[in-house]
Design a protein around this ligand. Structure first.
Ligand code: IPM
Ligand code: MN
Length: 362
């Protein structure tokens, strides 16, 4: 088994170092190879996703990804911007199924901006379609408008589209995931306005016929955004398109206390996958050693579970994270009165200590 390690930009390198350290103490049999991606790759090779990095990712069984992006690249032509690296990896590796679990750890109930009783015990799974929708739809671009409100004016456009097989495969993923959980799927759409999402709703309903043991509800995206902060525990599995999933998963992340806690898995049809924290490269705190490495460490656990077939090792990491939180260690994003503020490295060291059966002291 081979894991491609792509730390990326900003806090990416710092959080990745901790995840790699955690994987190393598990003493599992796999090789790792590291490569540049994002802005770092652009600086070195003139492209955010160089051939070598893409080939390494394709050849590997799994990819562990940090984060990409920095404001300083905002002026570059789109194809050279760091974000194109992650979009390109998703597309080229066929990673259409994005799992973003939002779990509120008991120890962090008070770190959420919502009332503790609303989030205590929260465990929902957002499944975001990741290779279609308005993110990848063609045509897109800029032109002079020939119609609309201002004919003759400069305009920009993107294309929202989904094919039936694209919706079917993500619907199957969602229903199957729900079977392993609380057997409820909420499909989020905007069928009241968009043709693409009326089609989405119709196709999901059709696929549902094969899963009579799973409950299906449909919800408009605006209402879903509201329900997520009103009664988040009413959800089990949420399945939605690429753009709605992007937005709702950030919202769901905050329910857990911090986006710094949220791992993710992006899988292809044979469960090969890319694993990354749901947060970005946070250039504002990069290099300061204060970023929360737990989302990346938990992403490594997801990698062990979904792609590398090592569920016990995944359980061990997740238990170690809980032990560290129980011991009161907190990075700045989850810190509250009465807990101990630690940096990135100390947090990683504490997870390693917990894995080695040592007591964690604050
Ligand atoms: C995410 C990110 C990406 C996305 C960006 C960096 C392209 O926000 O993984 O959610 O929009 O998908
Ligand atoms: Mn996002």
């Amino acid at each position: 088994m081979k894991i491609a390690i792509l730390p990326g930009d900003g806090i990416g390198t710092e959080i990745m170092a901790e995840a790699v350290k955690v994987l190393a103490v598990l003493d599992l049999k796999f090789e790792t190879e590291t490569a540049l991606v994002g802005g770092a790759a652009y600086e070195a090779h003139g492209h955010p996703l160089p051939e070598g990095t893409l080939n390494l990712a394709k050849a590997a069984d799994a990819v562990l990804f940090g984060a990409v992006g920095d404001w300083k690249y905002d002026k570059l032509e789109r194809q050279f911007r760091p974000e194109q690296a992650i979009l390109g990896l998703r597309k080229h590796l066929g990673l259409f199924a994005n799992f973003r679990p939002a779990i509120c750890y008991e120890q962090l109930t008070h770190a959420s901006s919502l009332k503790p009783e609303l989030v205590a015990g929260l465990d929902i799974l957002i499944i975001r379609e990741l290779t279609g929708d308005i993110y990848f739809g063609q045509p897109r671009g800029r032109r002079v408008a020939i119609d609309g409100h201002f004919p003759g004016a400069e305009e920009a456009f993107d294309t929202m589209r989904y094919s039936k097989p694209e919706i079917e495969r993500i619907a199957h993923v969602a229903f199957q995931a729900a079977r392993r959980r609380n057997k409820k799927v909420t499909s989020v759409d905007k069928a009241n306005v968009l043709e693409t999402f009326q089609f989405w709703k119709d196709v999901v309903t059709e696929v549902h016929a094969q899963y009579p043991d799973v409950a299906l509800e449909h919800m408009y995206v605006d209402n879903a955004a509201m329900q997520l902060v009103k009664a988040p525990k009413a959800f089990d599995v949420v399945v939605t398109g690429n753009m709605f999933g992007d937005i709702l998963s950030d919202e769901a992340a905050m329910l857990t206390g911090s986006i710094g806690m949220l791992p993710s898995a992006s899988l292809d049809k044979s469960n090969k996958g890319l694993y990354e924290p749901s947060h970005g490269s946070a250039p504002d705190i990069a290099g300061k050693g204060v970023a929360n490495p737990l989302a990346t460490i938990l992403s490594a656990a997801m990698m062990l579970r979904y792609t590398l077939n090592q569920p016990e090792a995944a359980d061990r990491i997740e238990s170690a994270v809980k032990a560290v939180l129980s011991a009161g260690l907190r990075t700045g994003d989850i810190w509250s009165e009465g807990t101990q503020r630690v940096g990135t490295r100390a947090m990683g060291d504490a997870v390693v200590a917990a894995l080695s059966g040592k007591t964690i002291t604050t």
